[in-house]
Design a protein around this ligand. Structure first.
Ligand code: FAD
Length: 396
């Protein structure tokens, strides 16, 4: 048939919104849409720091894709993409091949370790449901091991590399979980050390300094040991080397210090910066009118020439915009320029605490935590309507 084929790679924040908008806007038989994702569920990445720390169940951070999309309108393929072949407009999956006329790439980021020796091999990272299960179990296991070998206090040292949003939100949760683990395993709280190590001269670089100070104060009171302006030089199975050679012994290093685009994109021959493609104003890859790149895989600059940080917020807006432009392209209508509209940023700092800027106003403490919850509920509503809000939403 000559119905155009649209293939969407990845059902993350970007891809799921592309799919939802296409399913709404396309008329019957206007295009064949296929959505490919590694798992048969969509995960709510912005929530993953909680199950990683063990303060929430991983089930609350995922939704079956079949519950989100209309499978009469969109073909869902559960598979892993292994190669993108732009020359012959094909995507190679682990178990098959798909051909496309239009492609949307939204496969999310990967940890960037900046070549720091040992980090890729020995640190864990928060990036999927499976990775957070591993982190949670690993942390609990260290408490159990310590009970058997009480001289090994290094088992009770936990290192979080990176004090960006993910790092800060994760230490906030883990700081809340540690007292529970100490009670559960009969461990003296004073033996547990939770480090947050950041090479930049400040935590949350670029964020409002007053709020950063408030946030660090809250977390310090919860027992987080900050080492800001301190680079991790090396990571091994026995811990990390920081600054000018100091060793911190630990069996648990969680790296949140950097994100890069998916490796498949540079392997496909796109020009990238840290794995991300600098897209045009319509979100297309340069030289490829039929390929849209969204979310953590794309790179866009603001008016001051600074790259927008990869966030769920921009990924969602790009998902909506790419769907709009795909429909326009199919109908031979003019495409729309993408303009990011920043609604603000809120970071949680564990239970009942947070910091954020929204609509030009600063928020801290309980109000910020409440705002964060509102943002989460709004997202559930956007992708799954009231039924999903009722099923997954947490109101307290
Ligand atoms: P993702 O949401 O990462 O989705 C990518 C999808 O592609 C996944 O479903 C994955 O399984 C799939 N996939 C990957 N590779 C393949 C393959 N080879 N084959 C098939 N499928 C594949 N952002 C905010 O705006 N606010 C926040 O509060 C916030 N908090 C965060 C907290 C944490 C703990 C983390 C880790 C991130 C947070 N972020 C936040 C960032 C945000 O989650 C990301 O920017 C966002 O998820 C990017 O969306 P995406 O669509 O590009 O990719």
């Amino acid at each position: 048939s000559n119905i155009p084929k649209i293939v969407i790679l990845g059902a993350g924040y970007g891809g799921i919104l592309t799919a939802l908008k296409l399913q709404k806007q396309l008329n019957y038989n206007e295009a064949d849409v296929t959505l490919v994702n590694k798992h048969d569920y969509h995960y709510i990445t912005t929530h993953l720091h909680m199950p990683a720390a063990g303060t929430d169940n991983p089930e609350n951070a995922r939704v079956n894709i079949s519950k989100l999309i209309d499978e009469f309108k969109i073909d869902f393929v559960k598979s892993t993409v292994v190669q993108i072949r732009t020359q012959d407009k094909k995507v190679i999956l682990e178990d098959g091949t798909l051909s496309y006329d239009y492609l949307v790439i939204g496969m999310g980021g990967e940890p960037e370790t900046f070549g720091i020796p040992g980090l890729a091999e020995h640190a864990m990272s928060i990036r999927s449901i499976n990775s957070v299960r591993l982190i949670r179990e690993h942390i609990e296991y260290q408490f159990a091991r310590y009970k058997r070998e009480p001289h090994r206090t290094d088992y009770l040292t936990f290192i979080v590399g990176g004090a960006g949003f993910t790092g800060i939100e994760f230490v906030g949760e883990l700081a809340d979980r540690i007292p529970q683990l100490c009670r559960e395993f009969d461990v003296d709280r004073s033996l547990v050390k939770l480090y947050n190590i950041e090479a930049a001269p400040s935590a949350l670089p670029g964020f409002d300094p007053e709020l950063v100070e408030y946030g660090m104060d809250v977390l310090t009171k919860k027992g987080v040991i900050f080492r800001i302006g301190t680079a991790i030089k090396e990571c091994s199975p026995d811990g990390v080397i920081v600054g000018d050679g100091e060793e911190i012994r630990s069996k648990t290093v969680i790296w949140t210090g950097g994100i890069r685009g998916n490796r498949l994109i540079e392997e496909a021959g796109f020009e990238t910066m840290r794995g991300r493609v600098k897209v045009d104003e319509f979100l297309r890859a340069p030289g490829h009118e039929n390929i849209y790149i969204i979310g953590d895989n794309s790179l866009m600059f603001n008016e001051e020439g600074r790259p927008y940080p990869p966030t769920a917020q921009i990924a969602m807006q790009q998902g909506v915009a790419s769907a709009h432009n795909l429909v326009a392209a199919i109908r031979n209508q003019p495409l729309k320029t993408f303009a990011f509209s920043n609604k603000g940023t809120v970071a949680s700092l564990g239970k009942g605490e947070g910091i954020g800027v929204a609509m030009g106003k600063k928020y801290q403490g309980r109000k910020a935590a409440w705002l964060k919850k509102l943002i989460d509920l709004r997202y559930l509503f956007i992708i799954g309507g009231i039924p999903l809000v009722l099923r997954k939403g947490k109101f307290l």
